[in-house]
Design a protein around this ligand. Sequence first.
Ligand SMILES: [Zn+2]
Length: 129
Amino acid sequence: MEQATAVALEGSRCTVCSTVAFPASAMCSRCATPSAENITLSTRGTLWAYTIQRFAPKSPPYVPPAGGFVPFAVGYVELPEGIKIEAIIDCESFDELDGAPVRLTSTAPVPRFAVDTLGTQPESTGIAQ
Ligand SMILES: [Zn+2]
């Protein structure tokens, strides 16, 4: 089960060109210098693009839930650090997904975000650079 502590994704930032990567990598994918340092990524972001998985993925690796497969959303979450994380997106309705504010709920086996319905959106969804 998940830990009771807050979940967070570990990425890396290049100390030369500031490129942020996920998952964390010692080697920068932009300037190819081995100078990246690990950082903790923001847990809130904005859903940048998504699709609906309407059929059960191949198993393994997919493990269907106890009640059987139900369609779910998969998308890219844009974080304030300026990167996009591929993740499963939990939501009440697929109609609410376009540009939705989301928050991280789980990191394993893949990142998982949920639409933030509490009205506590981040102050800015832009890239702070
Ligand atoms: Zn770099």
